[in-house]
Design a protein around this ligand. Structure first.
Ligand SMILES: Cc1cc2nc3c(=O)[nH]c(=O)nc-3n(C[C@H](O)[C@H](O)[C@H](O)COP(=O)(O)O)c2cc1C
Length: 170
């Protein structure tokens, strides 16, 4: 009986993992810096969605162990960079943690835009956000932010996690 229960629980756990992993996600580069302008950094994210029309709000989930979360708590703003589907290099560069690889953003072409956040020159489009509220219910901190500025640079198809065979979920 115990074996059967354990078997069912293992199967349920496996199904949960597989079903959650099958959700389709875009890949974005979120870029940010401290309020002093120091420590510009960027990371790849998938867990990002609009969550209000009026006011226009985005919801982003940030890992508790990311350098970006600490920088966000100081700078209180970030940009979301929409990436071309062919720009796999960019995603590979920003998926590595700053505490291991050092300054990721410095070698990149970027500029601080009107909303006060670093924006990549290679972005197809960008969304600048000001942090409104943080929620900490799990292993990612939920960041609700207001859209304060957007820009469109050129046309292109957006990079999806599946284009790189990457998954974030489960
Ligand atoms: C497909 C994919 C999606 C990811 N999505 C997120 C995400 O939504 N939020 C997050 O905090 N990290 C996400 N990550 C992990 C971060 O990109 C990674 O931990 C990064 O090294 C953190 O950088 P930092 O420590 O310099 O801030 C994702 C990774 C991959 C491969």
């Amino acid at each position: 009986m115990l074996d059967l229960m354990q078997n069912i629980m293992t199967q349920t756990e496996q199904s949960k993992h597989e079903v959650l992993r099958s959700l389709p996600y875009g890949l974005y580069v979120v870029a940010l810096q401290r309020s002093s302008g120091e420590d510009p950094n960027a990371l790849v994210v998938s867990w990002l969605t609009q969550c209000s029309f009026e006011p226009p709000l985005l919801l982003l989930a940030l890992r508790r162990d990311s350098s970006s979360l600490e920088i966000l708590k100081d700078g209180k703003a970030f940009s979301v960079n929409l990436i071309d589907e062919l720009d796999h290099d960019l995603a590979r560069r920003f998926v590595r943690p700053a505490h291991r690889v050092g300054h990721k953003l410095e070698p990149e072409d970027y500029a601080v835009e009107a909303g006060g956040t670093p924006v990549l020159g290679r972005a197809l489009a960008f969304i600048e956000c000001q942090m409104v509220q943080l929620f900490e219910p799990g292993d990612h901190v939920l960041v609700v932010s207001r859209v304060v500025n957007v820009g469109r640079r050129r046309d292109g198809e957006l990079l999806m996690a599946a284009d790189l065979g990457w998954h974030y979920g489960g």
